[in-house]
Write a protein that binds this ligand. Sequence first.
Ligand code: TYD
Length: 208
Amino acid sequence: MDGIFITLEGCEGVGKTTQVKLLQNYIEEHNIEAVFTREPGGTPVAEEIRKIILETGRDVVPLVEAYLFATARADHMQNLILPALRSGKMVICDRFIDSSLAYQGGARGLGFDVIYQINKAAIGGRMPDCTVFLDMNPIQSWRKQKGKVVSDDRLEGEADEFHTKVYQSFCKIRDSYTERYVSIIPQTEKLNTHSLIVNALKKRGYFN
Ligand code: TYD
């Protein structure tokens, strides 16, 4: 039987990286067999594409950006995610197709349908079983952190308006995939957020 496919999504600066690390530690400490990976990247070819996509100073039109993410995803899917799932392993991926829907479809304005079309073959028809969404508008979280750190990543460096659109798009996606989505509001204390995530995944029966 196929393994469980879990993705983590959310805007920048809302603590996703910290939560991925805490979840990874939990999984390791509890001897749960799972493959942790991330997008864009996860395989040698996809990591090379990641460099092209995220480097600042490049003029990449939205459609090309969407194709680059989908290309990296196709390699990641074929060479890492699908083989792991087929061998029964749980796969936990930091960002996946919903990031393309929110960033390229929503914030860049290509629309969700175009992104689905571009990604259909790339994901081989395999959507995640569960998506943990850190539900926070990044602008609020940046204000709390006394101003935003200057970024050397092309997407992260976009204006506040862009990131608000990303957040609103994630909310729309969440609202149309209520079964797949687990929405978690980041707490001031990161360990509390971690507990909310672990409990939600336990409740779904993914681990004890
Ligand atoms: P990364 O440093 O991995 O960001 P984070 O730590 O926030 O996950 O950079 C990935 C960037 O690429 C981030 O700005 C989100 C963006 N992205 C897309 O625009 N589309 C996609 O399909 C994916 C996977 C990521």
